[in-house]
Design a protein around this ligand. Structure first.
Ligand SMILES: [Zn+2]
Length: 255
């Protein structure tokens, strides 16, 4: 929707510029400025889910409880550690699973479900260049993961998170047809790049009541700081979602 608006405004601006300034010595400067502005807005739409430029996204919770989300698992080494810590604190999280890894670790998918967490589709193979794929290949990645997860959990998966978090009109149209909901985030941990100490500091500093936190359960650092993060955030008055709160968050999203 915002993409259409930006495109219409871009075209109208170029038309107006041509009608009003075609004799002006600044004509080309104005044309370039309009094109650059259009491209900057477009890039933000591609890079940031929370812009909701191509497709709606949920990127904050209802201020009741912080939602932890874990991408790129299940991982045979680190996911069990993450699950142990969540279990200890009775925190329920959202796991965006890669279909291929789910196939390789079906017992972990079952454990995630049995312990009351929710799962989402994070494509079958997590292609780095997913956003450059054709619509057909995008649909195949999403459907393959959906089938994999359905077979393993006997449930329909209605939540989706694009690999790397990039969006475009093709991904949006595939999601729209399947009525999949995007869950974004408003706290990005950068746990793939940061040292344990930096990661812990960043998480504690940024987590607020309305946070949806992006973490990765295939990273050693994430598993090793999780316990300290939960304890420090709780000491700051942060409440992490328990079963009821996660259910309510998912339920409200669909209505
Ligand atoms: Zn990912």
């Amino acid at each position: 929707m915002k993409h259409k608006l930006n495109s219409v405004i871009g075209c109208l601006s170029l038309l107006l510029c041509f009608l009003l300034f075609r004799e002006s010595p600044h004509f080309w400067t104005i044309v370039i400025a309009i094109v650059v502005l259009f491209c900057v807005i477009l890039s933000c739409g591609i890079l940031f889910l929370r812009f909701e430029y191509f497709y709606p996204a949920i990127y904050k919770n209802t201020r009741e409880a912080v939602i932890l989300t874990f991408d790129d698992g299940p991982d045979p080494v680190h996911t069990p550690k993450v699950l142990d810590i969540l279990q200890k604190h009775q925190i329920k999280a959202l796991f965006f699973l890669i279909g291929k890894k789910a196939q390789e670790n079906p017992e972990l998918v079952r454990r995630i479900m049995d312990e009351g967490h929710e799962i989402g589709n994070h494509t079958q193979n997590h292609p780095i260049f997913f956003a450059l794929y054709s619509r057909k290949k995008i649909a195949a990645e999403i459907d393959h993961a959906e089938n994999t997860l359905k077979i393993l959990t006997q449930r329909n998966v209605s939540l989706f998170r694009p690999p790397i978090g990039y969006m475009n009109p093709s991904i949006a149209s595939v999601l729209r047809k399947r009525n999949l909901k995007i869950i974004g985030w408003n706290v990005r941990s950068y746990d793939s790049f940061k040292s344990e100490e930096q990661l812990l500091k960043r998480l504690v500093r940024l987590t607020q009541k309305s946070s949806i936190v992006l973490l990765h359960d295939n990273r050693e650092h994430t598993a090793s700081v999780l316990e300290a993060y939960i304890q420090r955030a709780q000491a700051n008055g942060i409440i992490f979602a328990k079963q009821e709160q996660l259910k309510k968050f998912i339920h409200e999203m669909h209505h």
